[in-house]
Every structure is written in C-alpha cells, then in structure tokens.
Design a binder for this molecule. Sequence first.
Ligand code: NAD
Length: 392
Amino acid sequence: MNYSYHCPTKIEMGEGKSKTLPELLGKMGAGASIMLVSDPGIIRAGLISGIKDSLEAGGYRVTVFDKVFPNPRDTDCMLGAEEFRMNRINTVAAIGGGSAMDTAKAIALCGPNGGIPSEYADGKRSYGQTAPLICIPTTAGTGSEVTRSAVITEQSTHRKMTLKHANLRPQLAVLDPELTLSVPPDITAATGVDALVHAIEGYTCRVSNPISQALGASAISKIVKALPLAYQNGENRKARAEMLEGSLLAGLCFGSADVAAVHCLAEALGGLYDTPHGVANAIFLPHVLEYNISGHEEIHGRIARIAGFAAEKDSDEEAAEKLIKGIVELTDQINIPKLKQLPGVKKADFERIVELSMNNNSTSSNVKEILPQDYLQILEKAYSAVPAVLSN
Ligand code: NAD
C-alpha cells in the first residue's frame, strides 16, 4: 500500500446553499471583483441572475463571462483570461456543468499566470498559483468541483487535453440540488452516467486506493438507484440531491486516482464530433467492461454486488457478467443513444479515435493493459451495439 489522498476543497452541500454565496465569499476573504463563468443554457434556465444580484447587493463587482460551450475550447478560455486581466478580477466562480467549471479553472490559471491551456497540458509551462476559485455545479455529473483537472479542447487539433494539477482544485464547492432541477432528461441521463463511470473507473483503475474505493462504492450505490428516478421526474428533489451527492463522491473517488479507457474513448469522441461527454461515456462503458472483466472478475463482481446487480452467492464470473447486463439495462432505461446514431461518427475515423485514446494519459491507468487493436475492437463492437455477453 503506497498512496496519497488529497482534497483541500471546502464543501458546502444543501438545498438553498447557493443563496449564501456572498457570506461564503466573505468567510473566504475573497476580493471585491468576481467573475461568474457560465454558459448561455444556464443563463436561460435563470440560474445566474439571483446569484449575481445577491453578490452585487453584498458589495461585489460582478463580471459575467458566458462564452462557455460543451467540450470547452481553449480559444474561449483565452478570451476569459483576457477579460480577467482587463477587469482586474480577484476571484473566479463557475456556475454550471463541467464545461463552465473547467473553463473557470483555465481562466483562474491563465488569467494571473499567462500562457495558453496546451502549454500547461503539454508540460511546457509550470502551473502557477491560480486565482481563488469557487465551483457551483448545476449538473450531477463531472465532479469537477472537487477535482484537480480541467478538460479543454484544443480547437486547432480537436484534441481534448487534460490540465492536471493540485492548484486547479477549487477552494470552495457549493452544491445546491435546487440548481439541478432544471436539467432536461437527456442531460440528466448523460451526466448521471458520467458520474457512474467516474466511480467505476476510479474504483478499478491501477492507481486506485482504499479511500477512493470507499467513496466510489458509495457513489455507485447511490447513482444506480437515483438516476432512473431523476430521469423520469426532474422535480424529484430527493433523487436530484442523491445524484448531486453521488457525483460529488465519484469526483472525490477518481480525483485522487484516475479515470481509464472509457474516458479515453469518450474524450476522443468529444474532441472530434462534440459528442456530449456523458453520452460517449455511456456508450463505451459496457464494451470496455466486457474487455476489462476477463482476468479481473473479482473486482468487477464486487462492483456488481455494490450496485445491486448481483447477489452475494453469485460467483465472481457470474456477478461480473451481471454488471454489464445491469449497466445496459440502466442506459436503455434512460434512452442513451447508440454510437451509430451519433452525428458525424464514421468508421473511417476509428484509427484516429484509437490514436487519440492511446495518447490519453489515462490509458495506462486502465485495470487491464489496453493496446490499439483492443480499442479498435471495442469501437467496432460499440458500433454494432451489442456486447457479446448479451448476444449469447
Ligand atoms: P456541460 O457543462 O457541457 O453542460 C451540458 C449542457 O447542460 C449545457 O448546454 C448547459 O447549458 C446545460 N445545463 C447545465 N446545467 C443546467 C441546468 N441546471 N439547467 C438546464 N440546463 C443546464 O455538461 P457536463 O456533462 O456537466 O460537463 C461536461 C464537460 O466536463 C466535458 O467537457 C468533460 O470532458 C468535462 N469533465 C471534466 C471533469 C473534471 O474533473 N474536470 C470530469 C468529467 C468531465
């Protein structure tokens, strides 16, 4: 046993917590000039105006930066960093999903330190101190509010890059389930499976540890129960709160471990076709599990039992197969599309997707060694849509 677990983020969780942001900022000693980073969908959902008004009433000068798009682009982060410097911002606060939170991380890094995201991701520039950073998630999915990563797309190459450093961990995460009530069903489904994949990959990956596994187990059992309920009825406050907590626990699980092959494929797809991150994760999860299980039945059997998909009496082999079946049933229940149905995806790009996935640092964390031909086979199976264990 040799590991370290680190998460200095202060976590404030509870219904209505986002309304207390001015007090929380006061306790943090944040400066007077705040940049709120968000996206047009969140502004349309009415989630920004109340928070902005309460900050202004508390004496803060607020700049709203809303040039955030799914699979956020480095070019927009650079615009944000420019505004950070022009408006002499002290503190950056993200209100949104992973895209807003990751953009805010890149702005809090590049604003005060200069440089562009790829220089940090490629090790050409060392990570300086970020501006004080607050994350307020409005989706239950990425866990970015407690992770040390920011996933940014390099627009010129379509490469999704992961910036990873302890300085990218927010000082404060404010989790308010009320902010997730307006998430539409398809985004609830995709983001919820993203959280489940974080927990499964964080639990099984080669760099996992007992703390991550305890957090991952708790996340898995919450998410498999709450996700169908939150999908069926977005107003179900209990299910929304369970999902937000599940996503947080999953973020704490993989945040000091890693993700693995599912994420490598999903990030390649997101960079090439702008596929929503959670949709791509959901599509590849059963196929990567099918590849991973052989030789690693015990750990996957354990997850199947945690999820309630298998019984104690099942052998590890039986339980591991039930994990795949349980995941396919769950993703069908919440209407996750198939790879073939996604706009733009074509077999001619598979070699490129394999190359991007192999170049992703998390490939080496996958529980089982994975080679280019294995990725190719997973892609081909996902394209024909049925994992073999289900077609037998
Ligand atoms: P997202 O942030 O891209 O948001 C998806 C859509 O949901 C947007 O159109 C947004 O407007 C809308 N939306 C968000 N909250 C809403 C609400 N409450 N009501 C109505 N609409 C709402 O989606 P995401 O899945 O949260 O984030 C995905 C991004 O996060 C990807 O780029 C992924 O690579 C990244 N990611 C980062 C980490 C990390 O640790 N940094 C981990 C996992 C994923």
